[in-house]
Design a protein around this ligand. Structure first.
Ligand code: ZN
Length: 450
């Protein structure tokens, strides 16, 4: 038997990998033949894309890395004298204009780089797919894919808001409630990205930039104990470094896409930050506003730390009572206990500041009432989302990002977590590739020589 002649496990491994390499090479040559069937000659003159005519110059080779390894495609090259730039229509059709990677390989690369740091992603591609790419190429390609995806999401959002696109209502009976959970978290940045920004570090300088994150999910049923149950696979995520105003527009469009207009009860969950409630009032006036219980509890802990200075040491019973009051949504009782702390001077200021959070948000903390309506009161989902989507990839030790780099990877991770990964890649071919810097230069060089 053939298998027996392979000998021990090591022999099998070497053989299977050798066969994979051979089959992949064969595949690459098949692909090259297929590509050669159309050399992309579209007549002596074609539109250049900017209103001029570009003239046919010659056939030129282009090297493309594909999922089957490197291939060379010979295609017609045109030059526009008015723009001074060259183009190959075939490149746009194949989705490789300005790029040196095929769409298939770019997608694999983005998948790996969205999951793990670039160096690890390059290692995974080499081991799992037999494709060798430098770390820098993995980074550039994945970031270009994420940037393209973010641009497409923005354009779709604008179209939805302008009613040029009307999202279909969700299939089946409409869910009962739509939750829009909003949060922000800091992503570590390079010095250039935080220059002149104020931060929380000891020297007063910022080390991070805030990414705004939203998780939208629906809920229709309650469990045996009357607790709300999130509809399975109903979460979608949105992340951006853009200002709150733009974030609000993207969020508005995402809510509409999720069927906001067909759902009985929208709910906005937030951590108490004022910008979140401004957005809620502007875009979702019908929504019930709830301060996420986990965040509110943190504020009670802070108040208890302050109280301990007056009550001579840690007083677990004081804290436990306040947490009970919070859980019951009895904010007046909590405030009364807080005001009983007879501080003077800056401690009094600290107390008033801490209490202001509960005063301002009291109507968003009627937890007993919200629970009786069968609503979620804690945004554990968005907390987990923040940790998983942002923290596990963008906040690993030693990482320093640029805003565009972090934004693109965050976008890829959001699309993946939203089960919308494939939608990123379904766009017109001539928009499929944004330029990779190294390749752009090659493009210009070709123009100059041609
Ligand atoms: Zn032109």
């Amino acid at each position: 038997m053939a298998a027996r002649s392979l000998g021990a496990g090591g022999g099998l491994e070497a053989t299977e990998l050798a066969i994979r390499t051979a089959v992949t090479r064969l595949g690459a040559s098949l692909l090259e033949d297929l590509l050669a069937a159309d050399a992309g000659y579209r007549g002596p003159r074609i539109g250049c894309g900017s209103g001029h005519q570009a003239a046919f110059v010659s056939y030129r080779d282009k090297a493309i890395d594909t999922a089957l390894g490197p291939v060379t495609v010979r295609r017609a090259w045109y030059h526009c004298a008015a723009c001074g730039h060259g183009l190959a229509p075939r490149d746009a059709e194949l989705g490789v204009a300005g790029a040196s990677m095929s769409p298939g390989l770019a997608k694999m690369t983005a998948r790996a780089a969205a999951a793990v740091p670039f160096a690890k992603a390059a290692g995974l591609l080499a081991e799992l797919a037999g494709i060798d790419l430098t770390i820098k190429r993995v980074e550039r390609s994945a970031e270009a894919a994420g940037t393209t995806a973010a641009t497409a999401i923005g354009a779709q959002a604008d179209a939805i808001r302008a009613r040029q696109v009307v999202p279909l209502p969700p299939p089946g009976p409409a869910p009962d409630m739509l939750y829009i959970a909003v949060d922000g978290t800091g992503v570590p940045m390079t010095a250039a990205e935080t220059e002149g920004r104020k931060g929380k570090a000891d020297d007063g300088k910022a080390r991070t930039r805030e990414v705004k994150l939203a998780c939208l999910f629906t809920q229709t049923t309650l469990d045996h104990d009357g607790r709300p149950v999130r509809d399975p696979r109903s979460s979608s995520y949105l992340a951006t470094f853009e200002p709150a105003e733009r974030f609000g527009q993207l969020l508005d469009a995402e809510a509409r896409r999720r069927g906001y207009e067909h759902i009985r009860q929208p709910v906005v969950l937030g951590d108490g930050a004022a910008w979140i409630w401004h957005l809620a009032e502007e875009h979702f006036p019908a929504a019930t506003q709830i301060v996420d219980l986990y965040h509110a509890r943190e504020h009670v802990h802070e108040l208890a730390t302050l109280a301990a200075r007056l009550l001579r040491g840690h007083r677990p019973d004081w804290l436990a009572q306040r947490l009970d009051e919070l859980d019951n949504g009895d904010i007046p009782a909590l405030l009364a206990a807080g005001r009983d702390l007879k501080f003077t001077g800056c401690l009094a200021t600290d107390r008033d500041k801490a209490l202001a959070y509960f005063e301002t948000n009291a109507h968003r903390m009627r937890y007993k009432h919200f629970r009786s309506l069968g609503m979620f009161v804690g945004s554990g989902v968005v907390e987990a989302g923040c940790k998983a989507i942002i923290g596990q990839r963008l906040k690993l030790s030693g990482m320093r990002w640029t805003v565009p780099g972090a934004a693109s990877i965050a976008t890829l991770r959001c699309q993946e977590a939203s089960n919308r990964w494939d939608e990123i890649w379904q766009r017109p071919r001539n928009q499929a590739a944004t330029s990779e810097p190294g390749i752009c230069q090659q493009h210009h060089t070709q123009t100059a020589t041609g």
